[in-house]
Design a protein. Structure first.
Lengths: 400, 102
């Protein structure tokens, strides 16, 4: 039995983890640092199926790309990303506090009170880590060395952040909503706290979500409740959220002021002016992107038989206008067929069939165009923290 | 942060340890390894080091260790920090990759 076969057979029941051979899950390993490849493994957290483990503690696990063939990413397959130890908060003990200088009537809600008082709504949205694909940066930059799988698509349900804020009454001068979760740093480091500008906090699609895909949030994904900020990278989707502070000045915590920053103007306007500085801006909306889900990079395509290529395309909420595929290294492009429209914040599946006519190597490239006119990068836009990798993907296959 | 932080910490430690076993991570057994393990593993598993290799030069590892001390509050004395950087550069730095390739 070769290593690859062993990997596939064992992947359903791995306990201690299994090293991925360099050729295994090639589409997730291409371009990653050698150290990352050497120590990554398929490994199952309690309640999760085997995912690609990048780190044990805090847990950072990414979803194998082949699982993106489903419309919604199953909860037990959804990627896991924490900055510190994962808090487990019993629902009965959980409270959400709303306070701060931007609030007229400070509030505290239990889960039942929130559910009774406010209408439950839902939104289908991609949740993507700011650092998704960081591991593919060249030259590499330090951080969690993610491949393609620090993302997923789900239906999120809960109450509108807007409704809760309006119940507390916004005061004149309300500038940002500062969200804090139950997690805490091990030592004296900065607590993971993020803020949203008022316009994003008051967007009817921004939620305090209790469920994903019709089930309560897994602990690994932010139970009992998390912020859902559709179209924005997951750093704002505070997990196990317990405190909302409406501030009248820019929040200056480490994870806003120093981390999760991109050089000013490199990726356009942030939409978060109160956090912009002369030098940089907070990372905010997801950039238009696409990905081949199958066949897996490196696969053999039968000569003269129809090959079915499928994948996903998504952006920060304008929606996808067009997906194009190139079979000749980018010289010519043909339009892919769309799958079902799941909503502007969700990903869109696409399909493209062709018959390989010559034995040997065959490349497939894919690019998406968003409804707001934005396109993917042809060359990597390098930045120190390794964000917004949306370079047009090229995967290589063998025809035989 | 949750107010009943002690209870939360106890729970979170349980949640963090029931899964796979981080003791399987093997760092290069060489001078300085005990110091590296003692200092870094307080907050995170040691796979963070291997994952971030071998693309960082000495200045890169210095920056990381300085951030851990100054921002994250790692209790590392200056002389220990220097020894930790030495170890990381030697075994998980760019130079280590070049040496291995020869």
């Amino acid at each position: 039995m070769d290593r690859r076969r062993f990997l596939l057979n064992a992947s359903g029941s791995v306990a201690g983890g299994l090293l991925l051979p360099r050729i295994g899950l090639a589409s997730t390993a291409d371009g990653l640092p050698a150290g990352t490849i050497a120590q990554s493994a398929l490994d199952a957290l309690p309640g999760k199926r085997p995912l690609i483990r990048r780190t044990f503690r805090p847990p950072n696990f990414e979803t194998p790309v082949e699982l993106f063939g489903q419309a919604y990413t199953p909860n037990d397959a959804f990627y896991v990303r924490w900055h510190s130890a994962v808090p487990e908060v019993p629902l009965a003990d959980w409270r959400l506090r709303v306070a701060g200088p931007g609030v007229q009537r400070p509030r505290e809600f239990s889960h039942d009170e929130l559910r009774r008082k406010f209408r439950t709504t839902e939104v289908a949205a991609v949740n993507q880590c700011s650092g998704n694909r960081r591991g593919l940066f060249s030259p590499h930059v330090p951080g969690v060395q993610w491949g393609y799988g620090a993302m997923g698509n789900a239906v999120w349900s809960g109450v509108r952040l807007k409704d809760v804020l309006e119940d507390a009454g916004l005061a004149a001068g309300a500038l940002e909503v500062v969200a804090d979760g139950a997690d805490a740093p091990t030592l004296t480091g900065p607590d993971f706290v993020k803020s949203l500008p008022m316009w994003k906090a008051l967007d009817p699609d921004t939620l305090i979500a209790f469920a994903m895909n019709g089930e309560p949030l897994p602990t690994w994904n932010g139970a009992p409740a998390r912020i859902v900020a559709p179209g924005w990278t997951a750093t704002y989707w505070i997990k196990a959220v317990t405190e909302l502070t409406v501030s009248d000045k820019p929040f200056d915590g480490f994870w806003m002021k120093t981390a999760y920053r991109v050089p000013k103007g490199l990726f356009g306007a942030s939409g978060f002016e109160s956090q912009d500085t002369e030098q940089n801006s907070p990372i905010t909306a997801i950039k238009v992107n696409s990905l081949i889900v199958s066949p897996a990079s490196g696969a053999t395509l039968p000569l003269g038989r129809r090959a079915e290529v499928m994948g996903i395309a998504w952006d920060g909420g304008s929606g996808i206008r067009k997906v194009e595929v190139s079979l000749d290294g980018g010289a010519s492009w043909r339009q892919a067929r769309f799958g079902r429209d799941l909503g502007r914040y969700a990903w869109r599946h696409w399909h493209f069939d062709f018959k390989p006519k010559a034995a040997g190597s065959q490349s497939i490239m894919v690019r998406a165009l968003a409804r707001d006119g934005s396109t993917q990068a042809e060359q990597l836009i390098h930045n120190p923290a390794g964000y917004h990798h949306n370079v047009v993907q090229r995967a290589d296959y063998h025809v035989a | 942060m949750w107010r009943s932080s002690l209870a939360a910490l106890a729970m979170s430690l349980a949640a963090a340890t029931v899964g796979a076993d981080e003791s399987t991570i093997q760092l290069a057994q060489a001078e300085g390894v005990e110091r590296v393990q003692a200092a870094c593993a307080i907050c995170h598993s040691l796979d963070y080091i291997v994952m971030n290799s071998p693309f960082q030069d000495r200045a890169g590892w210095e920056k990381t260790v300085t951030k851990m001390v100054k921002v994250m509050g790692a209790p590392i004395a200056p002389e220990d920090a220097a020894m930790i950087v030495d170890y990381l550069e030697k075994h998980y730095g760019k130079a280590a990759a070049t040496a291995a390739a020869r």
